[in-house]
Write a protein that binds this ligand. Structure first.
Ligand code: AMP
Ligand code: GLY
Length: 428
């Protein structure tokens, strides 16, 4: 069949690379299309220019080719209802409808769902009133966790240390700091613990665990500086033991899927749970309605099952008949190379020479790259995801940095400590 993949980041390069190996694309005329894609994705897919915000244009393209499966990489088109438009046209789609995508689109929606389904998470209030928010601070201890309700490109969470800073932050948020996204604010109890990511595929009824990872959100070494989309990740996350994964499935993922289905909003696609491993057990920080970026790159590097078949089973409601997903019993680690100045003011246009980075089995996924006069060039932001495998995090880290050091990207930088928590644990 033909498949259409939407997106242009490192996550989508990893998905394209894995989809290209699927039996769904094994026929001579089967084609993987990607819109808009990037130069790395172009190695596996035919790039097309399609605006994911134009639902009618996407549906028309799918009818013309015809497309047997649409894979939506990023969250925005899902929150915007692209899934509904494609399903209405009988086009199988990997990704939830608008109602279920509220799990990522509205933090308040998710907190209320947790309350209805008794899912462990931080205590909270949600409000559209600045005065009420300031008053509610009295019910919380510092540091204060303040969240814009809507999509804010991963920047909508502020954690001020003092009440005065919290009041100033609320003023900014209700003053439009995140546009419409902070017209409503969620204030949460601060949770202590280590963070981990857990993934599950679902067709609305059946659920398939899909691995774990740990990300490094801060831009600077030692987890310092501003938050980013993620500067590196590894999978699996050994801190999520099989016992903890079972608890996450039972107390968090299963009640989420069941409750959404019972309430007429079945969730189809990948559930990405951000978890805090607290002394009281794992608690949900947030849900995303998509794969993590760069977590997806390390999951796909380890996945040995047929990604296309599993995504199609999610889309068609036949996941119960699929065998469990299998992953290589190895660690994958990815280092993000970003453009100088990221995340505030990333430089654009620097030349990139990948050299012999992939010589020893490492894989370089493209994120913010473009071709300018035939030369691979940075388009800013997160630019490359240099990914390698090993028997543990320490080995995977060594292999990934060896590949990083083979790359010539003078306007780029990376953290040199991806995986540090596990490297310390593995050394002791
Ligand atoms: P989110 O976008 O909701 O994942 O939040 C971004 C980051 O803020 C998380 O990765 C955590 O590091 C932190 N965070 C969010 N909520 C809490 C919380 N209730 N307690 C402690 N840290 C939090
Ligand atoms: N790396 C975190 C995210 O994709 O949300």
């Amino acid at each position: 069949m033909n498949i259409l993949l939407l997106g242009s980041g490192g996550r989508e390069h990893a998905l394209a690379w894995k989809l290209a190996q699927s039996s769904l694309l094994s026929g001579d005329t089967d084609t993987l299309y990607a819109a808009p894609g990037n130069p790395g994705i172009a190695d596996h897919a035919e790039l097309v220019s399609l605006d994911a915000g134009d639902h009618a244009a996407v549906a028309a393209f799918c009818a013309e080719k015809p497309i047997g499966l649409v894979v939506v990489g990023p969250e925005a088109p899902l929150v915007d209802g692209l899934g509904d438009a494609l399903r209405a046209a009988s086009i199988p789609v990997f990704g939830p409808n608008k109602a279920a995508a509220q799990l990522e689109g509205s933090k308040g929606f998710t907190k209320d769902l947790c309350q209805r389904a008794s899912i462990p998470t931080a205590g909270y209030i949600r409000t559209t009133s600045y005065d009420q928010a300031v008053e509610a601070l009295a019910d919380f201890d510092p540091p204060y966790v303040l969240k814009a309700d809507g999509l804010a490109a991963g920047k909508g969470v502020l954690i001020p240390e003092t009440r005065d800073e919290a009041v100033a932050a609320l003023e900014d948020m209700f003053g439009g700091q995140f546009g419409e996204a902070s017209a409503e604010v969620v204030i949460e109890e601060f949770m202590q613990g280590e963070e981990a990511s857990f993934f599950a595929l679902t067709d609305g009824t059946a659920i398939m665990p899909f691995g774990s990872a740990q990300d490094h959100k801060r831009v600077g070494e030692g987890d310092t500086g501003p938050n980013t989309g993620g500067m590196g990740a590894y999978s699996p996350a050994p801190v999520l033991t099989p016992e903890l994964e079972a608890a996450v499935m039972q107390r968090i993922i299963e009640p989420t899927v069941k409750t959404l289905a019972a309430e007429g909003m079945p969730y189809s696609g990948v559930l990405f749970a951000g978890l805090m491993l607290t002394d009281e057990g794992p608690k949900l920080i947030e849900y995303n309605a998509r794969f993590g970026d760069p977590e997806c790159q390390v999951l796909m590097t380890r996945l040995t099952s047929d990604l296309g078949e599993m995504m199609l089973a999610c889309a068609n409601g036949t996941l119960a008949q699929s065998a469990a997903a299998e992953f290589a019993d190895e660690t994958a680690l990815t280092v993000v190379m970003a453009a100088e100045g990221y995340p505030a003011t990333p430089k654009k246009g620097g030349h990139i020479d990948l050299g012999s980075a992939e010589a020893d089995g490492a894989k370089v996924f493209h994120a913010g790259t473009k071709l300018a006069d035939g030369q691979l060039t940075s388009s800013g932001g997160r630019v490359l995801n240099v990914t390698a495998k090993g028997r543990n995090v320490t080995e995977a880290k060594t292999a990934a940095y060896k590949a990083v050091d083979a790359i010539n990207f003078s306007d780029g930088f990376c953290r040199r400590d991806i995986g540090w928590r596990e490297v310390v644990r593995e050394g002791s």
